[in-house]
Design a protein around this ligand. Sequence first.
Ligand code: AGP
Length: 606
Amino acid sequence: MIYVCGIIACSSQRHQRVAPILKAGLSRLEYRGYDSVGIATLDASLIIKKDAGKLDEVDKKLVLDSLPGKIGIAHTRWATHGPPTSINAHPHVDCKEGVAVVHNGIIENYIEIKTFLISKGHAFKSDTDTEVIAHLMEHHLNEGENSLEAFRKTISSLKGTYAIALLTASDPQRIYFAKKSSPLVIGVGEGALFAASDIPAFLDQTKKVVVLRDGELGYFSSSELYIEKDGVQVKPRITTVNWTPEMAQKGGFPHFMLKEIYEQPLALENTLKIREESLEKVARLLLSSEKIVFTACGTSFHASLWGYHEFLRKLDKFILPVISSEYSHYLHLIDENTTVIAVSQSGETMDVLKFVAGVKKRDAKIVAITNVVGSSLAREASETLYMQAGPEIGVAATKTFTGQVLMMNLLSIVTQYFEGLITHQEYQKVMRSLAELPSIISRVIRTVEPRARRIANEIKRSKSAFYLARGHNIPVAMEGALKLKEIAYIHAEAYPAGESKHGPIALVEPDFPVIFVAPRDEDERRILSNVQEMKARGGKIILVTEPNSILIEHAHHSFVLPYPRSIYYRPIQNIIPLQLLSYFTATARGLDPDKPRNLAKTVTVD
Ligand code: AGP
């Protein structure tokens, strides 16, 4: 079994019971998985409550808050194989129920370990790889090791990826932890310490964090933190994050997704604060490279495609966009003269990390564009550009897409300046104009929302939709289609508008939604014939365009966005109505856009 999961652990002298803190943390980690949950606390002995289902459902049945104890671990799970059942839910325990463990990742050699432990008389209850960790710890404790040594030995036997938190009755004040390739951060509060897959899980308790690195392990109590790597003690690198707990909550919105759509002006403002030196360093790297390769998955890939179109139009170089999971087919093109721009909001997407690991062996330079400080991708890259969009909880990426596109635009502008393609005056002018972007996007969101809501009601029963565009608008159409698919479960296809006549138009019948991303650029006239051919077949034409477009009179509905001061506004403002259209279509169909079926926010498996 493999998982994308969230874990949280806490040891506190400040609280009567840690169970409510763990439960609150789980609710903020549910984006990492939500098919089963569990909590273990240690009072006089270990007490465990776990079951299949979303947190609210399990809590209703088991009243998770009621667990006693000032120390505990918890888990929310997302299975990709095998049924989500109570037995397979974490925490997992050893034979004597003296050890409990939660884990995110995959123990690749669990079958060998399990076979060994069974030969020593251990009895397993679940089908999971994780359970071997609890039994292995028990095995080393039985052999007379102290808890730390038993934990060290346990971890040294594991192959694969893991973020682990472990409780043992043999050492009731401490939580043991270890990290390799799966994210794990420590929170350092007054009289209480935490470990979690992500910072928002404990942000209401502390803003002081230690981002663990691969290979680190250790323990914490309510007042002590010990970390080591390769047997040598490591001084905790405590940093203070500036996110408020409210930023990680819904802030009055019915869903995280809507909140995050509305947060885009603020997120863009933060992205614009990036230091020019960081952009300059990357721009020089790009100009000194023979080849530029963009890589990412999903929404981040669409932002990369925008970057690809933008750089292709400006630079005379070999430039290629590659979906990260396809990396093996492109490796031979990548060498020491290549810069790879790896884009991932989480910085933990396994496909992207594997791509990066592969191209590093070929001496390519790596630039990361990510939202998560200290993420695995950031650590692998020689240069990192942080979007600073704040935590994104909704499974559907919204504010991180616009942040990524803005970052691509900033990078393109600086690169053009260094290449002598624009003058210093032009450079300053375009940079200054971008400062207005957040307030324009804020206005766009407010003005298009009512129309998006109305159109969503009209299309909510559609089985399928097309998203059409030309040239550099195609990535935005692709992103619009992905949003509709993933949260409204309506089949949506994006392709270059000129392709319709080669097949897809056969699907068009009365009321079939055809969404055109068609700003007033050089393709406007050519898009007109595509609009007309769809309309002639009864298609419902929905337009994203700008004032006085020749297309408006042919459309059933038009989102008319402000004529942009700079072309760099376009992808960012054009995606807004499409994000809102998907959101309202999902809610009109009675779906929860924050928890789309079969998806997890961070995909740490390949
Ligand atoms: C976005 O709405 C998706 N849920 C998904 O495609 C996502 O963009 C993809 O998994 C990549 O994630 P990352 O940016 O964290 O690497």
